[in-house]
Design a protein around this ligand. Structure first.
Ligand SMILES: [Zn+2]
Length: 266
């Protein structure tokens, strides 16, 4: 239960109740009472745990409130909903009383503000965050996933497109691969995740922006095309097969044709 909650920021269909549980989890970890296996890989320094106000504002896409918490700006704070940002600095249980929040704050699984915004398809917030701190675009959580992975898994084509555009404008060319072609712990690119979940629009967007991702296989030797066929999404399959060099590799020497047979006989 706790382990699954620690990965929750990358899921898009999350209830308010579960959001509160995630916040509880973060607070609990601040107190040092529990440490999950993923988060124990490298201890998160005190003061870098994301404040609950900042998490909620990012999760719900309240861009002005997030900016208000990051800058302490009067105008931004005035614009913030319910005056929550103004109250933040004086709260007794704030992680860093009296100081502004920072883009380096992370959740229990080391997800950044941009991971959260990407998983929820908050494109305005994604843009503001990337312009203020472009290193967020290549930030990694404990499963080595970038914000692009989160957007792709959740099926948000708009967020995927925004991340590519912002990376092109704000990241040096030799570091672009760390944003657009990064692999997570099992070796999946963003295209693998979109294909596995049958997100046709995201697969189509990724194939338009970075078709070379269709050449990549993950640690298990599985290609995005194989996963797209297994997902049953005709849209996803059509977007990948249009690229003639796409790998069709699957596990145990199978290929996408085997996957098609499995699907048709299933
Ligand atoms: Zn904070």
């Amino acid at each position: 239960m706790i382990s699954s909650l620690s990965r929750m920021v990358c899921t898009y269909n999350i209830s308010t109740v579960l959001v509160k549980e995630q916040l509880w989890l973060t607070t609990y970890k601040v107190e040092g009472a529990w440490c999950g296996p993923a988060s124990c890989k490298e201890e998160i320094p005190e003061g870098m745990f994301m404040c609950s106000e900042l998490y909620l504002a990012a999760f719900e896409g309240r861009t002005q409130e997030v900016i208000g918490l990051l800058t302490g700006s009067y105008v931004a704070i005035e614009a913030a909903r319910n005056g929550q940002a103004a109250l933040h600095a004086t709260r007794a249980n704030a992680n860093h009383p009296g100081e502004c929040c920072s883009t380096s704050e992370v959740t229990g699984d080391r997800s950044t503000l941009l991971h959260i915004a990407a998983s929820q398809n908050h494109c305005e917030l994604i843009t503001e965050l990337a312009r203020r701190d472009s290193t967020l675009l290549s930030s990694l959580n404990t499963t080595q996933e970038t914000p692009l992975h989160c957007a792709a898994r959740a099926g948000h084509a708009d967020a995927v497109e925004a991340i590519f555009r912002l990376a092109k404008d704000n990241v040096e060319e030799d570091r672009l691969g760390g944003v657009t072609g990064n692999r997570n712990e099992p070796g999946d690119t963003a295209l693998h995740l979109a294909a596995r979940h049958g997100h046709g629009a995201v697969v189509e967007t990724l194939m338009k922006l970075a078709p070379e991702l269709a050449l990549e296989v993950n640690v298990a030797g599985v290609s995005p095309l194989y996963l797209a066929v297994m997902s049953g999404s005709v849209h996803a399959v059509a977007a990948i097969v249009g690229y003639k060099d796409a790998s069709a590799a699957g596990p145990s020497s199978q290929n996408a044709l085997h996957a098609a047979v499995f699907q048709s006989s299933g």
